[in-house]
Design a protein around this ligand. Structure first.
Ligand code: LCS
Length: 401
């Protein structure tokens, strides 16, 4: 983005977004265009908007000025030509799948992903005769294995990195290289990293999806999603799916997310610094058996994370001695950490993937993805890192090792 004489840095773009403003009253913050429909000046104008010969808004399921501002901002931060905001992260993923795939087609995906996404890819798309071929986190580094799954009906490749809940790291450049050679779009779920930490389009991905419910909004008060990519791809997804299946975003939610994004840089810095300190502390705790955090040198994806991310994010998973029983005791004993799903909020959230976010997997499917029953997931918040450590320390002290 360019102001007249300035090339803006990432932090400034995060605050300012685009220069577009749909009001003339000089508001610093654009108002919420809380309207379902828009007045036409006359018949020629209305018909002209419909046939594309005039600029203008028609109806908020199709487009809305407040939502447009958010879409331009996220496209700018991701380095994409265009974006389309929708009602949830899963709506974004469904929109991509349904607009690119027809019955008989298939998708290749990594099996360590959010449980809701797994249910969509593994089960619900199969009802439409769209099959998903999964690779394990280890196989995700194996070019030959991935190549062997591609055929003439493969319509997209899907990865989430860092992955929910195991923080597995997918090598985006490797997947992009494979997908380019096969001429299949690569879709990256960039929810955990955000564009502040990772830019998949620069690494060769074609489409980015986000659950904006998480870090982009950052305040735990709305559900939202977005798709970013080349303009012709976003137009195709809008026309093939969003406009007529209708998962549109409320202008009020779009306005809240635009407000939330302004603090993304400083929030992500604090999430990352807190998470690094907590992961380091957990890894030397005698009652903790394993810590999953890409910032730790012991993490299998550390070197790739170092290459493709600015810092390592705010999500941690860990296992404790005494397995699931001990884990449950910890989750029932914490006082500052809140027992809740979701992530990326100001508050630290703790939860149990096997019985909560990833209960959509069978036990066998979870094991294949490395999601063990004893795994505890922590979304590190913006409180004092010392307070979070003290809270976890107290809870761990109640567990018999
Ligand atoms: N992608 C990722 C990586 C996610 O973690 C989630 C939700 C979604 C997509 C779906 O987004 P939504 O439709 O909820 O906006 N993850 C959740 C989680 O770990 N706990 O609760 C929701």
């Amino acid at each position: 983005m360019k102001k007249k004489n300035l090339e803006l840095s990432e932090e400034s773009k995060i605050v300012h977004g685009t220069t577009r403003n749909f009001v003339t009253s000089g508001d610093l913050v654009p108002p919420i265009h809380m309207t379902s429909t828009f007045k036409f000046k006359d018949m020629a104008h209305g018909a002209g908007i419909f046939d594309g010969s005039c600029e203008g808004f028609v109806y908020s399921r199709i487009a809305n000025p407040t939502t447009d501002i958010l879409e331009e901002k996220v496209a700018l931060l991701e380095g994409g030509e265009a974006a389309s905001a929708v009602s949830s992260g899963l709506a974004a993923i469904a929109a991509v799948c349904f607009s690119l795939c027809k019955p008989g087609d298939n998708i290749i995906a990594c099996n360590a992903i959010y449980g809701g996404t797994f249910a969509l890819l593994n089960k619900h798309l199969a009802d439409f005769d769209i099959q998903c071929r999964f690779v394990s986190p280890q196989e995700a580094y194996d070019r030959k294995k991935i190549d062997s799954l591609i055929d003439t009906r493969t319509r997209l490749m899907f990865v989430e990195t860092p992955a929910n809940p195991t923080l597995d790291i997918v090598d985006i450049s490797l997947w992009a290289d494979i997908s380019k050679k096969a001429d299949i779009p690569l879709v990256v779920d960039n929810t955990f990293a955000t564009p502040y930490l990772q830019k998949p389009l620069q690494l060769g991905a074609d489409i980015i999806v986000h659950s904006m419910t998480k870090y982009l909004n950052g305040h735990g008060d709305i559900i939202g999603g977005i798709i970013v990519g080349k303009k012709n791809m976003i137009d195709r997804i809008r026309e093939n799916y969003i406009i007529h299946f209708g998962p549109s975003m409320s202008p009020f939610n779009a306005w809240l997310i635009s407000r939330g994004i302004k603090t993304l840089a400083i929030r992500m810095e604090k999430h990352c610094d807190n998470a690094m300190a907590i992961a380091t502390w957990l890894s030397s705790h005698p009652k903790v058996t394993f810590v999953y955090y890409p910032g730790l040198k012991t993490h299998t994806g550390h070197s790739i994370a170092k290459k493709q991310m600015k810092k390592y994010g705010g999500m941690i998973a860990f296992r404790v001695k005494g397995g699931i029983a001990a884990g449950k005791r910890i989750m029932d004993s914490v006082e500052l950490c809140t027992l809740a799903v979701s992530l990326g909020d100001c508050e630290t959230l703790i939860q149990h993937p096997a019985s909560m976010t990833h209960s959509t997997y069978t036990k066998k499917e979870r094991e294949a993805a490395g999601i063990t029953d004893g795994l505890i997931r922590l979304s590190v918040g913006l409180e004092s890192g010392d307070d979070i450590i003290a809270d976890l320390g107290n809870a761990l002290s109640l567990v018999r090792a």
